[in-house]
Ligand binder design. Structure first.
Ligand code: PLP
Length: 438
C-alpha cells in the first residue's frame, strides 16, 4: 500500500462497491459515477478528464436569440421539420464560409444534437440499397455511434486508422468497400478520442473511393475548426476546415453546436446533405418511405418519425449564432482556443513524467493541441492505468471502448480541467512517476 494522493482504502472500497466487471472497461458515465463517489467520500477534487463536455459558458448570442424567440411565443408552435426559414440559409452560408462548399439550404437540416443526426443517417442509409447493410467506422471513434447501431440492430465494421495513415488508407478502405456491403463510412475530424486530423491527401482518398463505390461519407465535424495549428476562423477567407466534401458529392456532414458554441444543453446540431445526396433516388427506399428520394425520406420519413423536428427556440439560438459567425461579428474559434492552450500545458506535464502520447502524428506532423489527447505509461495496459489513476486523483477513459487497437492507451479530455488545477495535476503525476519508476 503506497502513500497515494487519494486514500488507498477508500478508493479500493468505492471501486468494489460499483461492482463493475472491469473498471478499465467501464463506460464514461460509470466512471463519472465512481469518481463522484470517491470525491464525496474523500472530499478531494479529482482532475477530471473522463467526460467530453464543454467547459466554457454558452455563446451569449445564442442564449439571447433563444430568449427572444421564446418571448415571441414559439414554444406553442410546432417548428418546420426541416428547419425554420431563418436557420436553413445560415447553415448553408456557414458551410460556404468555413468549408468553402456549396450546399442548397434545402439540404441543411437542424437535428436534436449531432447525435440525432447520426441516428437518422444510420437508420435511413441502411435502407437505400437492399444489398448494403453495414456501416464502416474509421476508428478510433465516439462509442455512442456504435451504441446507436446496437439499439437499431444494424451492422457495422471498423478498423483502427493508426497503422493506415496516408497512402495506406486507400488499400485498407478498398478492402471493405469492394465487397459491396457498406452503405456509409463514418469518422470524426478532428477525431474524438485521438485528436488526429486527416490530411488533404487522406480526405481525397476517402472522397475518391466514396464516389467510386457510391458509399456515403458521414463526416462528423463535432470539433469543426478546432485544429488550432491553422487559423480557420475567418469567414469566407482561406484556409478552410478540410473536408471530404471537396473530393466527392457522396457526403453528409454532421456538425454539432455542443463544443463549437458550448451549446450542448439545448441539443441542437446540423445535418448538411450534399445537393447530390439530397436528390439521390433509390427504389429500395420505397420499402420504408413513400418517396424514393433520399432528402425527402430523411426529413419527412426519418426525422419526422424520430422527433418531428428540433426544438423551436433552439433553432433560433443557432440561427442567431450562425448569423453572427457568418458576418464576422462572432469568432467562435477564438472562444474555444482555450482548450488547445490547456492541452499544450497538460500534455507537457504528462510527457515530463514518463507518459507517452499514443496518437502523436498526422502523417509525420505532430498532432494539434485540442479537446482530447491520448496517453500511455510504459508497462501498463489502458485498463490497469485507468484503475491506478483513481488512487492519484486523476480520471480518464480507456481507448479500448473507442475501437482503438492501442490497448495501452487512455483518452484525456481537457475541457473540465481548470487552470487552477494544473499544479495539483503536476504534483499527482510526479507522485505517480515516483511510485512507478521507469
Ligand atoms: C465525435 C462526436 N460526435 C458527436 C458528438 C455529439 O454531439 P451532440 O452533442 O451535438 O449530439 C460528440 C460529443 O461528444 C462527439 O464527440
Amino acid at each position: 500500500m503506497k502513500d497515494t494522493p487519494i486514500n488507498y482504502e477508500i478508493v479500493s472500497q468505492k471501486i468494489k462497491e460499483m461492482n463493475l466487471p472491469s473498471v478499465g472497461k467501464a463506460s464514461i458515465r460509470e466512471i463519472k459515477r465512481l469518481i463522484d463517489n470517491i470525491e464525496e467520500a474523500t472530499n478531494i477534487k479529482f482532475v477530471r478528464m473522463e467526460m467530453g463536455v464543454p467547459g466554457l459558458p454558452p455563446a451569449q448570442i445564442g442564449v439571447q436569440g433563444e430568449i427572444e424567440a421564446l418571448e415571441r411565443g414559439v414554444a406553442a408552435i410546432y417548428p418546420d421539420i426541416d428547419g425554420v426559414p431563418e436557420l436553413k440559409p445560415e447553415i448553408s452560408r456557414f458551410v460556404k464560409n468555413f468549408l468553402d462548399i456549396d450546399v442548397d439550404p434545402v439540404g441543411c437540416i437542424p437535428t436534436v444534437g449531432s447525435m440525432q443526426g447520426s441516428f437518422a443517417c444510420f437508420l435511413t442509409l441502411n435502407r437505400i440499397y437492399k444489398e448494403r447493410d453495414t456501416t464502416l467506422f474509421i476508428d478510433p471513434g465516439f462509442p455512442v455511434h456504435k451504441q446507436q447501431h446496437k439499439v437499431l440492430g444494424q451492422k457495422f465494421e471498423s478498423f483502427d486508422v493508426y497503422n493506415y495513415r496516408g497512402d495506406k488508407l486507400r488499400e485498407k478502405l478498398e478492402s471493405y468497400l469492394s465487397k459491396g456491403h457498406i452503405h456509409s463510412i463514418l469518422y470524426s475530424n478532428p477525431n474524438n478520442p485521438s485528436w488526429i486530423c486527416f490530411t488533404e491527401k487522406e480526405l481525397q482518398i476517402i472522397g475518391e473511393l466514396a464516389t467510386k463505390y457510391r458509399v456515403i461519407v458521414l463526416e462528423d465535424l463535432a470539433y469543426i475548426g478546432m485544429d488550432f495549428r491553422v487559423d480557420y476562423s475567418k469567414p469566407g477567407v482561406p484556409p478552410f476546415q478540410p473536408t471530404v466534401a471537396k473530393y466527392t458529392d457522396y457526403y453528409i456532414l454532421l456538425i454539432s453546436s455542443s463544443k463549437a458554441f458550448s451549446y450542448a444543453g439545448q441539443r441542437i446540431g446540423m445535418m448538411v446533405m450534399s445537393n447530390k445526396m439530397f436528390e439521390l433516388k433509390t427504389p429500395d427506399l420505397l420499402r420504408y418511405y413513400p418517396t424514393d428520394q433520399l432528402g425527402r425520406a430523411m426529413i419527412f420519413g426519418t426525422v419526422y418519425a424520430l422527433s418531428s423536428g428540433t426544438s423551436h427556440s433552439a433553432q433560433y439560438a443557432l440561427a442567431a449564432m450562425l448569423k453572427a459567425v457568418n458576418s464576422g461579428e462572432f469568432n467562435f474559434i477564438e472562444s474555444v482556443k482555450e482548450y488547445g492552450e490547456r492541452a499544450k500545458i497538460m500534455k507537457k506535464l504528462f510527457t515530463d513524467n514518463g507518459f507517452r502520447i499514443v496518437y502523436d502524428k498526422d502523417e509525420g506532423k505532430p498532432i494539434a493541441d485540442g479537446f482530447y489527447f491520448t496517453i500511455s505509461y510504459p508497462g501498463f495496459t489502458g485498463e490497469q492505468l485507468i484503475e491506478e489513476f483513481f488512487y492519484y486523483g486523476i480520471s480518464a477513459i480507456s481507448l479500448a471502448i473507442t475501437g482503438s487497437e492501442r490497448l495501452e492507451g487512455l483518452r484525456a479530455c481537457v475541457s473540465l480541467v481548470q487552470r487552477s488545477q494544473l499544479p495539483a495535476l503536476e504534483v499527482r503525476l510526479k507522485k505517480f512517476h515516483e511510485h512507478h519508476p521507469l
